[in-house]
Design a protein around this ligand. Structure first.
Ligand SMILES: NC(=O)c1ccc[n+]([C@@H]2O[C@H](COP(=O)([O-])OP(=O)(O)OC[C@H]3O[C@@H](n4cnc5c(N)ncnc54)[C@H](OP(=O)(O)O)[C@@H]3O)[C@@H](O)[C@H]2O)c1
Length: 354
């Protein structure tokens, strides 16, 4: 068993979170961390027992003691960091969304191909054991007629955004609501119901978005960013809907409804429990019919373990890309995100750079 030596880019909350899962994979080693600040790099390294720190991404990318990088920085930085690392021969596991827009994702895909390295989007939804089980069973209840995916979670960053807008707090707009960082509800959480839909059913024929936006301050003046959305998708013989919000919660389950019954997932971003509800199952205590069935399979001990396992499997087996988190799927998803933003009138500075 060969260990893959990782450089971690960015010392934010998400890097802390994913490392808790990564260290459960025996082939994973956190070899270095890169931060824009030496102090933050040292603090992060101490927290995670990492022995080397960098403040220059090119120096880390050039280091022969590192095989792969995990990128946990804001969306507008993904393309440049990933390409710099791939051009130095490093494999790249990059946070979702893979980049700000389709043009950037295409640049990254070209860089992976010319360097012969693995590039994978760190999208856990489609790699979790319960999602994989659903994927295997999807044909069992017959023709799928409807997919309904939801991720709505009130964000504490929205409270902070409101304080900033009221002039009560003088800090930058947080990344997840900041168009300069290619943020917004769609990029932050709307992608979670959309990516699995594309993995399961491919590219939709049509996209119709209903999006709520708000103007936020940027260095170029006020600019719209999205807070929540409801998007409907047309497919041949089926329809789909994705609902996402950072300003309201929801406990709606994600459903894949087929002619013979419903595969019902507790949550799509990281599925822990799945039911199969056969057609004709009782809808009240008095009616008869086949009972619903809990078909959950055991979850990983940490929800981020699956992405490291998948990524390291690819490196070890010499495969260039994941089946579920394929580069085609990542590109199709970001093209859908671009279309939703176009309909919503949300653009990023990253859309206008070379
Ligand atoms: N998979 C998940 O569950 C999950 C959850 C949340 C977020 N995310 C994704 O994680 C990424 C980071 O999101 P976030 O909200 O955590 O962002 P963030 O807090 O604004 O930034 C994360 C870290 O990136 C570094 N950074 C910030 N600005 C940078 C810049 N201009 N250039 C280079 N590095 C920069 C900083 O580390 P240093 O100060 O050390 O440089 C910062 O702590 C996004 O792609 C987001 O979609 C994923």
């Amino acid at each position: 068993m060969k260990t893959v030596r990782f450089g971690i880019v960015g010392t934010g909350r998400i890097s802390d979170w994913v490392l808790k899962g990564a260290v459960l994979e025996p082939r994973f080693k956190a070899a270095a961390v890169c931060s824009r600040s030496e102090d933050k790099a040292r603090e992060f390294a101490a927290r995670h027992d990492i022995h080397r720190t960098f403040t220059d991404i090119d120096a880390m990318a050039d280091d022969p003691g590192i095989d792969a990088v995990y990128i946990g920085t804001p969306n507008q930085t993904h393309r440049d960091i990933a390409i710099r690392c791939m051009d130095h021969g490093k494999h790249v596991l990059c946070e979702k969304p893979l980049a700000s827009n389709a043009l950037e994702v295409k640049d990254m895909i070209s860089a992976a191909a010319r360097n012969g390295v693995v590039l994978m989007e760190a999208m856990i939804s489609t790699l979790s054991p319960n999602f994989r089980m659903v994927q295997e069973r999807i044909g069992d209840p017959g023709k799928v007629r409807h997919y309904s995916g939801t991720f709505c979670q009130f964000s504490s960053k929205y409270d902070q955004l409101r304080r900033i807008l009221r002039g009560e707090e003088d800090s930058p707009v947080p990344s997840s609501f900041n168009p300069e960082r290619s943020g917004g509800a769609l990029m932050d959480i709307g992608i979670y119901p959309i990516y699995p839909m594309v993995t399961l059913f491919g590219r939709p024929d049509s996209v119709k978005a209903d999006v709520l936006t708000i103007d936020v301050p940027t260095s170029e003046g006020m600019r719209p960013v999205d807070l929540q959305g409801c998007v409907t998708f047309g497919y041949d013989g089926m329809s789909a809907v994705a609902m996402y919000s950072k300003i309201a919660d929801s406990r709606l389950r994600t459903e894949i409804s087929a002619e013979g019954g419903i595969l019902s997932l507790d949550q799509i971003h990281s599925t822990r429990q799945v039911e199969f509800i056969p057609h004709g199952a009782p809808t009240s205590g008095r009616s008869g019919g086949p009972a619903k069935e809990d078909i959950t399979v055991p979850c990983d001990p940490d929800e981020y373990l699956c992405e490291f396992k998948e990524f390291i499997d690819l490196i070890e087996s010499g495969r260039s890309e994941s089946e579920n988190n394929s580069l085609d799927n990542s590109l199709t998803v970001v093209e859908i995100l671009d279309e939703i933003r176009r309909q919503a009138g949300v653009t990023f500075p990253a859309d206008h750079r070379d």
